[in-house]
Design a protein around this ligand. Structure first.
Ligand code: NAD
Length: 268
């Protein structure tokens, strides 16, 4: 394990454009459950998965009903405002501040990378603390609309001030496309990267899971250097299909701080 951490630190130290790809496993140590881990939301309650799959359909069919349900029902991931970043998030923020990490591309919607201090974050599946126009992708803060009043007065859904389109949560629901600005920025960052740190994702949700695969192929075809390091509690399809060079097995909240500390020590 120590050997793998030293090897990863050496790759990051040599890198010119390192990016991190993160998933729900990054936040389990903050108390936010993942979907497919042993105590994941889907693992414990398969019905919750079916409900989540219907969200986008409901938005398209009846945006008012979608909004009433969002404002009155329990959030799928619990109270995200009440959780705090863990040492894994803080370690990635430290790597960005040290000039090593150029982007964090996260599937998480929990805003914990930003709260840990990371500034270059791409919320691939949106952000639970933002709203987005379904037509023109303009982003809004929830306070930009008086949603409570709209609920009481029956005037939901909120409408976009730029184009008049219907505003939804920024979260990318199942069956919904990734917003085009997010998709192109993520692809560009992935294809430019020479070191990719893939942390706490089962790498089975597409198109996100394509990013490491496309990066590997692109860099190989161009004979460009590329190292893909996974940090995960268990092997993933990236490990099994040799897309990753190696897996550092264990918890992101323990391994990433050790990696940051290795980089810090060698620098001094
Ligand atoms: P996933 O639930 O499919 O997989 C989580 C992975 O993380 C598993 O491989 C598990 O072994 C690993 N893991 C769990 N805890 C870990 C830890 N402490 N250290 C290292 N590894 C750990 O998650 P996914 O691949 O991100 O896909 C789920 C989708 O659901 C994502 O698209 C995401 O948008 C959404 N989601 C987000 C959150 C969040 O915002 N925190 C939480 C649940 C799901």
């Amino acid at each position: 394990m120590e050997g793998l951490i030293r090897k990863a630190a050496a790759a990051l130290r040599r890198s010119r454009f390192a990016v991190a790809l993160t998933g729900a496993g990054m936040s389990t140590e903050s108390g936010v459950p993942d979907f497919r881990g042993p105590s994941g939301i889907w693992t414990r309650d398969p019905e919750a998965e079916k409900r989540a799959f219907r969200s986008y359909e409901r938005f398209k069919r009846n945006p008012q009903e979608y909004w009433v349900e969002r404002l009155t029902g329990p959030p799928l991931l619990g109270d995200l405002a009440g959780v705090a970043p863990n040492p894994g998030h803080l370690a990635l923020a430290e790597l960005e501040a040290a000039g090593i990490l150029k982007w964090v591309i996260t599937q998480n919607i929990d805003n914990l990378h930003q709260r840990a201090g990371s500034q270059k974050v791409i919320d691939y599946h949106g952000n639970a603390f933002k709203l987005r126009c379904a037509s023109c992708t303009a982003r809004y803060e929830p306070d930009d609309f008086d949603l409570g009043k709209m609920l009481r007065e029956g005037t939901l859904p909120p409408l976009c001030r730029r184009c008049g389109g219907v505003v939804k949560s920024d979260i990318v629901h199942f069956h919904e496309s990734i917003p085009p600005d997010v998709s192109s920025l993520s692809l560009e960052a992935a294809l430019t990267s020479d070191v990719m740190l893939v942390c706490g994702t089962s790498a089975v949700v597409y198109p996100f899971a394509n990013l490491p695969r496309l990066a590997r192929r692109h860099r190989r075809e161009g004979s460009l250097p590329f190292t893909l390091i996974e940090v995960n509690a268990e092997p993933t399809p990236l490990t099994e299909q040799n897309i990753s060079d190696y897996l550092i097995p264990g918890k992101t909240g323990e391994i990433l701080p050790r990696l940051a500390s290795e980089l810090r020590e060698k620098k001094n």
